[in-house]
Design a protein around this ligand. Sequence first.
Ligand SMILES: [Zn+2]
Length: 658
Amino acid sequence: MKFMQKKLAGLIIITLSAIISLDIFLSSNNIQTTTLKDRNDSIDLPILSDYSQFSEGNFTGYEFSKYNLSVYLDEDTSTVAGNLTVDYYNDDPINFTQIPFHIYVSGMEYDQRPGYIEILNVTTLEDPREELDYDFFSNIQLMWVNLTEILEPGNRTSFMISFNTTLPDGGIDRANEHGLDSNSARIFKFANCYPQPCVYDEFDGWNIDPYILTGDPFYFDMVYYDLIINVPENMTVAATGELLDSVTIGGRTIHHYNPHLPVREVTFSASRYFIVETYTIPDLNIKVSTYFLNKSSWLWHDFALNVTVDSASLYYITFGNYCYSTFNVVQEYTQHGGMEYPLQVYATESADSYTGSYGPYWYLETIIAHETAHQWFYNLLGVDEVDWGFLDEGIVCWVTDWYKDVFHPDWYIFEPYWGLDRLRHYSLVSGLPNKINQSVPDCAISGTDYYYLGYTKANTILEKLRTTIGHEDFIEGLSYFFQDYYFEIADITDLQIAFETVVGYSLDWFFFPWFDNPYLPKYDITNAIYDGTSKIINITITDINEIVNPYPYSQQVPIEIYSTGSSLLFSDIEWINSTTTLTIQLETTPQRVLLDYSDFVLVQFADYGLDYIETTEITLINMPKPKISGYNISIILLTLGILGLIILIKKFDLTQNE
Ligand SMILES: [Zn+2]
């Protein structure tokens, strides 16, 4: 563990923004008057008032709903019986008569046994308990609890939902029971498995979207949870929150977990075969634990814990306070790499047999660094992942690459950026539009590949922003975004405003085209005219995709001009604002004009293995009359005249001598 401490100390010294963040997060009691950093220019940053409330875990004046979830795992039937006690706080500006809950597990994939939630009853909490009406729609994974009285803004209502969840089988989806006891490999994973309250917001009213197989389409408010998990004795449990106590009675163990502060949801996993490794990060006071099967010990032992500590520490000191006391990384059976939940994330056991060119260590490290980043951009800062799923995913993908750049500079993540090539060829290869700013369901309607948007394009556009505004402002913008929406919900406009606050000018010109256009720019050098008298070349660069995109692009593009002998006459970086005509002074006649894409120029581009476009079609006008050496007519005439004169003189001489 010395290795970790040493690395952490080095990290704190390296990262400028980390030092700034530490200042804000760890020490100050007067954060309300603290700006992000002392700047030489005069930008007034907003006061981080909300953040100061939450940063120390002081929620005085803020009300949240409170849920107690109590579950009982039946190992033989792979079912979980549960009671969810709901103390619902209406923080929205309208009256409610019904409250909807997602019952996602019935939409999940499975091998033989489908997942299902059976609602046993919904009752009041008072004695004697009265049954409440509810409507249940299994096909859209939704139930509505009908209230007996109108719930006005600022008021609370409480009731209890009793349910029985059947875990789907197979290693496919977010919840499952999979693996064999005979192989010491059976794991129960309870995720999105209880009735989860929908969010009401100004955009959609109640967000009641069904379970969508694409992306991670979840959206939850922050809520206080208390979690009781009853499992067979000798089963190891990993769950959201701090383990407060465990009691074993009659062959069963009852664990009590509590995250202490609001979270967006809870999860647990249980297995008789988990190996557990734990380390408490000094200063940050986070108890980090990994849970894995013996078959994967060669890969996970120490390594997974190191990666978790490194990534959590980097994100904490850069972006802000992880205000909980525990964080778990748990091995799972799944077809995807991993999945994020508050205080507990999952990583696939298939990393063991990963055959990609970078190998299983690279893959597991990528998954852990990625899912850990979701604690900052998903749980602490929340996103409607149905409407803006690309937002936290794009940020987390960029942050994962940055983690790699910090800890593995020899991996050359940013030079050249790995997503660049795929971006250039994407629309030409797939024929698909690729507007980022659209919901997961809209992607299905428009025929857009959501995974490409969320996991390749959004993070590449963020890298474009970093190269445009500079690394320090970029990190500061992300940190500011995180702090400003700590415990709240943010969207793409909020991200733009956070960066604008840091750089001090509007970024409409960047965000609108790069996030809202369906296609990248595609440049062509359509006109190049050189005036030989004025020594000026006018070059028109046309964005062919201008007509299919609602917003004009602006970006800097290196341009080079060569003479007939391939000598470089001109080289500079120019702003190409949509279709642009450049005027350049040139003393020598040009022969070739070239746009250089080898740097971070984002274009739709057809050629593989080529990183420029060029033209030799340059129109020459007002050129001086050509001089033909040795055939100057006036010299010829003069010579002939002189010769004629000599002949005449000779003749005259001869006549005189006669
Ligand atoms: Zn993710």
